[in-house]
Design a protein around this ligand. Structure first.
Ligand code: ADP
Ligand code: MG
Length: 728
């Protein structure tokens, strides 16, 4: 455990770190290294017989199943490539419902029967593997003794190499299912939702006569990742950060983010060196990282890639999180992806930018110039508005976690009320649509900067709104309520599914209204969109989502406000949602039930871990420091008395301190007792944790932080916010 002595040493070590090591000279430029560790299409084309490559493309582009007899050929080429690049092992990489990724490595060898080995990867090893599934959460889908689970190759997400400590591993992205075929992971439902979305989007395009040979429509995603960096020396001196990735105690420092001087500030050299290395590692595995900057809170940063097909973007997002954590260590840093590592300053989120693109790369949510005449855009826009209004509760549920509860609705992140920001131009169009066929598109004009030496810059047709949970941002939607540490696959799955349902509805309505006569479809569109707007415009809100007025207004509009996990998690099991997932074959009712179970259990367990960590920290570190301070004060009172000095102040202070320590100790005991409560039913347990344990933790923290500001610095064992938050 930590002593105040060690704390001092950690602080000195953190402050005296050298600046980031300069980038090694002679490294090849990014256009040479990008994707160098990916078994890319170019690489496949080079290594595979033409006919095999062509049928593989049909799987990749058209979603056709891969002919089993091709697997051996593909596996052999993949192995050859991997071995040439130094790989010794391969792994089926998957995303179980733990929220992280899982991997088990196998050597790329087989014995040759003559006492030697040779490199090998068979078709069946590539396509399928059978990890022992019993230790992954299944939410009752599988009893522990029924351990069978399978990973199945997802050919649409390219295999790649991971280089770590000199070891090179061939990583094969896979889906993870049970023996009965039930999804035990994040990827399976995501892929299913992409199929449903594509199917109904293509139907709508065909009806509108706008398909132009489109065979598939893909969801696209680009995820901005916020994170904190703290010095590893200080991190190691904070048991709460090490166990929970968030501080359970910590008094507010004099300087937090009040001066707003961190956002977009100059990136500290050590951090820049770290970011550069993260980017170079990500480039090698084909993640197109584009943006890096300081975020609002001190010690907080952001990374954003260029968007990709949603499935690949979600895999890449997992790689981004892993790479941030791994590379940080090499720079003496710890990356924190928790949604709220520090109280009193902003938490971290992940903006899920989402749109729809045809296989020819056409963005269906691009309004273009004469938007009022862009029927395809208007139809897809209205389908999204309808989806978000009808299933805002599900979107909210998709981002619910114990850690995100600290962030949503806290004036730094969107509220738990799901609404859509459209901006002036689209709102004007929506109003026109409500009256009939729209006739004009609002233009932004130009901004005159008032000096001839600066050019006139075009003005966007609407301002931005940073407070909305679901904002239209030019040619995509941005779902901002996603937590920083979350797998983005699940919110993407929900978004895909609810929009698939809306497009299905649109297609059915258009088919019915036109009686299958293409000439009548366009006429039917106006009436349909008018109807959709009338029914669903309540979800559109362009004002300040943080304001109290909005909360009242949203309630009047009947929009759900699911403030925490206890209200948000049960939404998944609601009849309308179970039916929705079943209808689009994204999750069957049993799979839905298992997911609710797992999420609820995870919530309760995370709180249990935090509260136990808090009790330990309180007993082992904070209380002893408080008692030492008490002794100091008592000694001072004694010394004053002995010297015959008036000491009213000191003794009053001592009494106040004794009282504070006693209250602290009392809360600690109450919390310890509350911890013993465990329910067989996870929801009961979760509700208990929320109603009893969370308030006790808040009270303990308040008292603990009060003690921190009253105990002598040399007695305090934990690095303070002042030290933690400013990475040098
Ligand atoms: P912001 O709008 O938050 O200031 P950017 O305009 O740079 O930031 O874009 C944020 C993210 O949106 C980036 O990751 C970008 O790749 C992604 N993005 C842009 N266009 C699309 C799209 N059509 N589909 C999905 N994501 C997109
Ligand atoms: Mg953004």
């Amino acid at each position: 455990m930590i002593s105040s002595d060690q704390r001092q040493k950690a602080i000195v070590a953190a402050m005296s770190r050298p600046e980031g090591a300069p980038r090694p000279a002679g490294e090849p430029p990014v256009d040479e290294t990008f994707g160098a560790d990916v078994f890319s299409r170019a690489e496949m084309q080079r290594r595979l017989p033409k006919s095999v490559y062509r049928s593989l493309l049909r799987t990749l582009d058209d979603g056709e199943p891969l002919a089993p007899q091709l697997a051996d050929t593909v596996a052999c080429a993949m192995k050859q490539w991997a071995v040439e690049n130094g790989a010794t092992h391969y792994t089926h990489w998957f995303q179980p419902l733990t929220g992280s990724t899982a991997e088990k490595h196998d050597a790329l060898i087989t014995v040759d029967g003559r006492g030697g080995v040779q490199f090998s990867l068979s078709g069946s090893e590539l396509v399928q593997s059978e990890p022992d599934a019993s230790s992954f959460p299944s939410g009752g889908l599988r009893a522990t003794f029924e351990a069978r689970g399978y990973t199945a190759w997802d050919a649409t997400s390219p295999a790649f190499l991971v280089r770590n400590s000199g070891e090179v591993t061939l990583v094969i992205p896979t889906a993870f299912v049970s023996w009965t075929g039930a999804a035990l992971d994040q990827k399976t439902p995501l892929l299913r939702s992409m199929d449903a979305l594509s199917h109904h989007a293509v139907r709508v395009l065909r009806l509108l006569g706008a398909d132009g040979g489109v065979r598939r429509v893909m969801a696209t995603a680009g995820c901005e990742q916020e994170y904190f960096l703290v010095d590893r020396n200080l991190y190691a001196a904070r048991p709460d950060l090490m166990t929970c990735e968030r501080t359970l105690f910590g008094a507010k420092p004099p300087k937090g983010q009040q001066l707003e001087d961190h956002y977009f500030g100059a990136i500290p050299p050590r951090v820049l060196a770290f970011m550069g290395e993260v980017e170079r590692e990500l480039y090698r595995v084909g993640v197109p990282v584009k943006t890096r900057h300081n975020e609002v809170a001190p010690g907080q940063f952001e990374l954003a890639p260029i968007f990709e097909t949603a499935n690949i973007a979600c895999d890449h997002q997992m790689l981004v999180m892993e790479t941030l954590r791994r590379v940080a260590h090499r720079h003496g840093l710890q990356a924190l992806l928790h949604e709220k590592p520090f109280a009193g300053v902003n938490g971290s989120g992940k903006h899920l930018n989402w749109s729809l693109a045809t296989d020819a790369g056409n963005n269906l949510l691009d309004p273009r110039d004469d938007t009022h005449a862009n029927v395809v855009f208007l139809v897809f826009l209205c389908a999204v508005v309808r989806a978000v209004d009808m299933h805002g509760d599900l979107l909210r549920m998709s981002v619910a976690s114990a850690s995100n509860d600290h962030r949503l609705g806290a004036n730094e992140a969107p509220p738990a009320i799901i609404s859509i920001f459209l901006g002036d131009m689209l709102t004007d169009l929506i109003e026109q649509l409500e009256r009939g066929a729209p006739e004009r598109t609002m233009k932004g004009g130009a901004i005159d900067l008032g000096t001839s030496s600066l050019p006139k810059i075009p003005r966007d047709s609407g301002d931005r709104n940073r407070t909305s949970p679901f904002a239209f941002t030019g040619n995509k939607f941005e779902f901002r309520a996603v937590g920083a540490g979350q797998t983005v696959a699940w919110p993407t799955t929900v978004l895909n599914t609810i929009v698939a349902e809306s497009l299905d509805y649109v297609a059915n309505e258009l088919e019915a209204a036109s009686g299958g006569d293409p000439a009548k479809v366009r006429g039917a569109v106006t009436g349909l969109l008018q109807d959709i707007i009338k029914k669903h415009k309540r979800v559109i809100f362009n004002g300040d989502n943080y304001s109290a007025e909005w909360h009242a207004e949203a309630e009047r509009r009947g929009l759900p406000n699911l403030r925490d996990c206890i209200t948000a998690l049960p939404v998944l099991g609601a009849a309308k949602n179970v039916e929705l997932f079943a209808k689009y074959r994204v999750l069957n009712p049993t799979e839905v039930e298992s997911r609710t179970h797992i999420a609820t259990e995870k919530y309760a367990k995370e709180l249990l871990i935090e509260s136990e960590a808090m009790v330990l920290l309180g007993r082992q570190l904070i209380l002893p420091a408080a008692l030492a301070q008490q002794t100091l004060l008592a000694q001072s009172v004694g010394a004053c008395k002995a010297a015959g000095i008036e000491c009213a102040d000191t003794s009053a202070q001592l009494r106040a301190f004794v009282d504070l320590t006693a209250r602290y100790n009392g809360t600690l005991e109450a919390l310890d007792e509350a911890d013993n409560h465990q329910d067989a039913d996870p929801f009961q347990h979760a509700s208990y944790m929320k109603s009893k344990v969370v308030p006790l933790m808040a009270e303990l923290r308040r008292l603990g932080d009060e003690l921190e500001t009253r105990v002598a610095s040399h007695l305090w064992p934990l690095p303070s916010y002042r030290e933690l938050l400013f990475v040098k």
